[in-house]
Ligand binder design. Structure first.
Ligand SMILES: *[C@@H]1O[C@H](CO)[C@@H](O)[C@H](O)[C@H]1NC(C)=O
Ligand SMILES: *[C@@H]1O[C@H](CO)[C@@H](O)[C@H](O)[C@H]1NC(C)=O
Ligand SMILES: *[C@@H]1O[C@H](CO)[C@@H](O)[C@H](O)[C@H]1NC(C)=O
Ligand SMILES: *[C@@H]1O[C@H](CO)[C@@H](O)[C@H](O)[C@H]1NC(C)=O
Ligand SMILES: *[C@@H]1O[C@H](CO)[C@@H](O)[C@H](O)[C@H]1NC(C)=O
Ligand SMILES: *[C@@H]1O[C@H](CO)[C@@H](O)[C@H](O)[C@H]1NC(C)=O
Ligand SMILES: *[C@@H]1O[C@H](CO)[C@@H](O)[C@H](O)[C@H]1NC(C)=O
Ligand SMILES: *[C@@H]1O[C@H](CO)[C@@H](O)[C@H](O)[C@H]1NC(C)=O
Ligand SMILES: *[C@@H]1O[C@H](CO)[C@@H](O)[C@H](O)[C@H]1NC(C)=O
Ligand SMILES: *[C@@H]1O[C@H](CO)[C@@H](O)[C@H](O)[C@H]1NC(C)=O
Ligand SMILES: *[C@@H]1O[C@H](CO)[C@@H](O)[C@H](O)[C@H]1NC(C)=O
Ligand SMILES: CC(=O)N[C@H]1CO[C@H](CO)[C@@H](O)[C@@H]1O
Length: 437
């Protein structure tokens, strides 16, 4: 029966071209397997455990179809912004299914150094929207506002309150299409919501075919974001109009804003690591791939994403989505608020401020060149739990007993090829250093 179902599934999949929006959903539980190799000790994977707990709470009784519908909203936002900015036009009607042209949509003023990369990103994003259609989403793209959206979003990153706008504060509105810097900052602001949000969905989709596809969305978005970070890094000292701050400073504000809107976890990161506690690279190292201390990318729940793109709007409307998101997953609130851990985020449903405020991020120190050997030693010390003084050596999430090893020595992993040591007495292992933890 299982084999029969699989063959039938493959046959349907292989002949399902062209797709018919609104069809093609698979029954729940297809191809589920169980694993008898465990139990596994995941007690050290606190970041991942919290992400999954929060995500399961967020999933409630939403179906795979609801998740695919949610993805239509965010892939329309990203894909339309990238396609308009790069090519000067939007999706064809098979992708929008009648959704309107976003407010403020136009071709961006991009240099030849940036344009080819953004073309690749835009075409990838169109593909992502196509995936949601082929997976059965029949929701039209929602109403989207690029002009108001980016002005409110960047305004919030500058902590503008009340009637204050970017125009009233800085003398001109923010134009996301104005030049390489403004466009890249805007694209990356959204890209990493896709990267983290899509990853967060992979463990929640009941159907593994859909989960596999959404893992592809997440890895693709992460790759795109890394290219964008690199392009921004190369322009990090350029002044951003109208803020009169550098690219690096403006992006640090965006990162702090996103982190303040996604609840307790400290996950969002700037172009340089300025928070030594929670990240795989030492302080002031370049940070093209934001990860936890294990080098694993982060996840966000749909509700966290909605809280970010609507700046904590309780009804899920405003900023980029003037009429809200289509489908059942359309509010920042709505999951079990009595469960423990991150499950309760956001407790009140409102904008949640956490560890990194825009005030704290304030002035960004200039990037220091990577200090090779020092950093390597810091990493070694932190992984083995030695010399933990809550600076570069303090990573991980156990803070109650500073100084004690956070990592056990239950396992080991090779993390790097040996670097030349400035200290002649420090032995360097051949063929990769094995760190015990
Ligand atoms: C839209 O889809 C229909 C059928 O699914 C197809 O015939 C048509 O060529 C598509 N249009 C475009 C512009 O891709
Ligand atoms: C489950 O779904 C139904 C129908 O959509 C809804 O009325 C109900 O409130 C949901 N229950 C929970 C706990 O989310
Ligand atoms: C915002 O502007 C409106 C009218 O333009 C005014 O009534 C209101 O008092 C202003 N609010 C603040 C906080 O300045
Ligand atoms: C396009 O961007 C370049 C480089 O930033 C700038 O010099 C030029 O003024 C911009 N053109 C327009 C029309 O905005
Ligand atoms: C921009 O900031 C610099 C200092 O960082 C300052 O010297 C300059 O006057 C500012 N320019 C404008 C137009 O405000
Ligand atoms: C919320 O979670 C708590 C703890 O896991 C559970 O006891 C309670 O039944 C849940 N409530 C709902 C409405 O699912
Ligand atoms: C934002 O501005 C308000 C006053 O308008 C101030 O009280 C608050 O501390 C500021 N927050 C940050 C994070 O800068
Ligand atoms: C940016 O400025 C720093 C000094 O603050 C300098 O070391 C670096 O070379 C500059 N990088 C670029 C790409 O302009
Ligand atoms: C923390 O430990 C590192 C490595 O031992 C050392 O270089 C640094 O000075 C220490 N910082 C503080 C504030 O103790
Ligand atoms: C799981 O690993 C943690 C940390 O290494 C250890 O303290 C704990 O005893 C382990 N649990 C089991 C059941 O092995
Ligand atoms: C492993 O951990 C145990 C208990 O924490 C400790 O006694 C032992 O020395 C450690 N072994 C190594 C190789 O670090
Ligand atoms: C490329 C680089 O950063 N090299 C540095 C490695 O570390 C030594 C000692 O701190 C420095 O002298 C090098 O400049």
């Amino acid at each position: 029966m299982f084999v029969g179902a699989l063959v039938a599934l493959l046959a349907v999949t292989a002949t399902a071209q062209p797709f018919l929006p609104g069809t093609g959903f698979l029954p729940l539980g297809n191809l589920r397997t169980t694993d008898s190799g465990g139990p596994y000790n995941i007690s050290l994977l606190t970041v991942q455990a919290n992400e999954i707990k929060g995500a399961l709470a967020a999933k409630k009784n939403f179906t795979d179809k609801d998740i695919i519908h949610f993805l239509t909203n965010v892939e329309c936002l990203e894909g339309l912004f990238d396609t308009w900015g790069t090519f000067g036009y939007g999706f064809n009607n098979n992708l929008t299914l009648g959704g309107p042209t976003p407010i403020g949509a136009r071709k961006a003023n991009l240099s030849d150094e940036v344009l080819p990369f953004m073309q690749e990103v835009a075409l990838n994003e169109q593909g992502h929207a196509l995936f949601t259609r082929q997976a059965g989403s029949d929701l039209p793209c929602p109403a989207i506002d690029f002009t108001g959206g980016f002005n409110k979003y960047f305004g919030a990153a500058y902590n503008l309150t009340g009637n204050e706008t970017i125009e009233s504060k800085f003398g001109a509105p923010f134009d996301p299409f104005a030049n390489d810097e403004n466009y890249l900052l805007s694209v990356l602001s959204l890209e990493e919501l896709g990267a983290t949000g899509n990853k967060g969905l992979t463990g929640l989709l009941t159907n593994p075919v859909l989960a596999n596809a959404v893992a592809g969305l997440a890895t693709s978005a992460t790759g795109q974001a890394t290219v964008q970070r690199m392009l921004l890094w190369q322009r990090r000292n350029n002044t951003v109009y109208p803020f009169n701050e550098t690219v690096q400073q403006v992006f640090a504000r965006i990162s702090a804003l996103r982190d303040s809107l996604d609840g307790p976890p400290v996950d969002d990161q700037g172009l340089v690591n300025t928070d030594s506690r929670t990240i795989a690279v030492p302080q002031y190292y370049v940070n093209m791939i934001p990860t936890d201390v294990r080098g694993l990318t982060f996840s966000r729940t749909p509700q966290q994403i909605i809280n970010i793109v609507t700046l904590g709007s309780l009804d899920g409307k405003g900023v980029f989505f003037p009429n809200g998101l289509g489908g059942a997953i359309n509010k920042p609130t709505g999951y079990n608020e009595t469960a423990s851990g991150l499950d309760s985020f956001p407790a009140s449903g409102a904008k949640v401020a956490t560890q990194l405020s825009t005030e704290q991020i304030g002035t960004i120190p200039g990037p220091k060149p990577p200090a090779n050997v020092t950093g390597e030693l810091d990493l070694t010390q932190s992984l083995t739990g030695g010399k933990d003084n809550e600076t570069a050596a303090t990573r991980g999430y156990v803070t109650e007993s500073p100084g004690s090893p956070y990592f056990s020595n239950a396992s080991q992993v090779a993390v790097a090829y040996p670097l030349k040591s400035s200290d002649a007495s420090t032995p360097v292992a051949a063929g990769g250093r094995r760190l015990f933890f």
